[in-house]
Ligand binder design. Sequence first.
Ligand code: NDP
Length: 341
Amino acid sequence: AKVWKLAKRPEGMPKKEDFVCVEEELACEDGDVIIEAEFLSVDPYMRYMIKQIPLDVPVTGTQVAKVIESKNPEWPVGTYVVSPSGWRSHTRLTEKDFKADNFFQKPMKLPEMGDLPKSLGLGILGMPGNTAYFGFLEICRPKAGDTVLVNAAAGAVGSAVIQIAKIKGCKVIAFSGSDETGSVDQRPWGRPCLQLQNSKHWTVHCWEALSQAAPDKINCFFENVGGQFTAEALPHMAERGRMAICGVISEYNDDDKDSGVVAMTSPLNPATILWKQLAVEGFIVTRWFDRWMEGIDQMKQWISEGKVKYKETVVKGFDKMPEAFIGLFLGENTGKAIVAV
Ligand code: NDP
């Protein structure tokens, strides 16, 4: 097996040299299976994991893999799995793995995909799709006619939120990084009003744009970015608005932000939250692990009805894992970022 580990703890923006690929021998014993990765996911949360994991373990991550050797009748050769095996080309799964009861440990059979690509099990029909589905519906609690604000909107989660919001009859204001990912014409998933914010440069300020587009009118804010964006958007919330804090990608490479100092500079102004009577709630999608298939089945149905479209940015080659991951912080992906082995 080829396995990516940390060569050293990354500081700030991760670099290719922070990672090292090593080889390992695997043996398949009674009750075990060996899986071979076909698609691996790179996700922003991995930036948090590599602040914490020991240097000698695989980088955390999920993959779609095929059973290529089996001593377990419930998982015969040829079975496709979605497995939290990390950045590994091949993995030995044991009874202990199969009995785990949480997303970060438990391999699951790949949902029936029909004609759809298996890689969607890492995107719209997997964790990011469920993040959009549960996070938006359960925490933003959208009503028809609501105005919804989404950032990192061309990405895996954001693009799904936009489409669910439209299905629910909401008006959507979407921000993404570049003209290419953000332009109304090129976007495959609908018609956001605005594309204004670039990961590297602010082309138009969120504050000014929202002042024109939706002053005090945002009922639902699905937050993927954090930092300055939050500071500028929050005052534009409507009374009794709901903010789902899904992610703060603009802060993940900022190591100081983990120290608690962030409280001093928080863009979440308590007075705004008070006077507008906002409901602000963070969430981790694994909260809905016991309802996992509900989200996937619904997204699959919406895809079959043509109501939800998906896009993937596929990087070819297991050796490109670090580059694909770093690309997330450069805005290189549109839709779900995937590595195909
Ligand atoms: P994306 O597919 O959206 O990829 C990340 C995108 O974020 C980039 O393409 C880039 O898009 C944008 N971005 C990167 N750096 C910055 C920056 N400094 N400022 C603004 N935008 C930036 O990733 P996901 O859809 O997988 O994740 C989106 C968010 O959801 C993340 O914050 C992630 O941590 C969070 N998440 C949370 C989960 C939960 O359970 N709470 C589960 C899954 C994801 P561009 O520049 O083109 O806009």
